[in-house]
Design a protein around this ligand. Sequence first.
Ligand code: HEM
Length: 263
Amino acid sequence: MFPWLGPWIKNLTSLKEIVDMEVGELVRGLKETLNPQMCRVLLTCFLLVQESGNMDSLYHDNNLVFSVANLFGAGTDTTRTTLRWGLLLMAKYPHIQDQVQEEISRVIGSRQPLVEDRKNLPYTGSHGSQHQRLANIATMAIPHTTMSYASLSLQGTSVIPLLTVLQDDSEWESPHTFNPTHFLDEKGGFVKRSAFMAFSAGRRMCLGEGLARMALFLFSTSLLQHFRFSPPPGVTEDDLDLTLAVGLTLNPSPHQLCAVSQI
Ligand code: HEM
């Protein structure tokens, strides 16, 4: 996507070697216990198709390595960065943190949060969507290639979707503020918004959306159930800076926060 970055990525070869080694080890372990009656995970299904000999050109080892590497690559940095934004925004906007914690305490209490709790926590859900909207960590989605003539390009053109709709003036009442009411109706219920495309849209949208939403909900709800997040002594909420730090995804700049136990 950015050829001029090449010379900066000095460790690309060793990175690829490490990925090959790690995934190779994972695959060896799975092969030892491969059972055709138990096709539980993607890798097992892939290996079973390979073993059956009934495979087309897609089921080769290189594709296996890249599929696994893509899932780890696409799934870890994104979820981690989103959680970091969430904690920073909670510390910066304590009145919103108050309302999220009040809802969690009223609906869940001290038991462990469950995925099923999501539907009963509209404010917590709306703050989650809101912080994803504002952080917009994967603004540039992933490059795609047109397979046939499309109105915007010729066949074979690279297209990079921009997810700037997440902060579009014509879609959001206050596009650049942390305002959970974007996702709430008058009765305080959660509303889905079609312009909320943090996971992109269409046939090639994020494959891990369901997993990511579940992980984000469980992690952030558990963290806020147990801890109060605030700036460290001597730092005010206003000092917490929301300037982006550029990375693979759009990160918050480094901050120190206090996590004070609630229990
Ligand atoms: C907060 C977390 C996440 C965000 C914001 C996010 C966002 C995105 C976005 C914007 C795309 C680009 C879609 C496009 O090009 O139109 C994408 C693609 C993808 N994501 Fe995620 N993602 C997240 C978590 C995950 C997780 C947990 C996984 C898997 C474990 C995952 C796997 C993928 C894969 C495989 C693709 C490529 C899909 C394809 O090209 O068909 N993502 N994601």
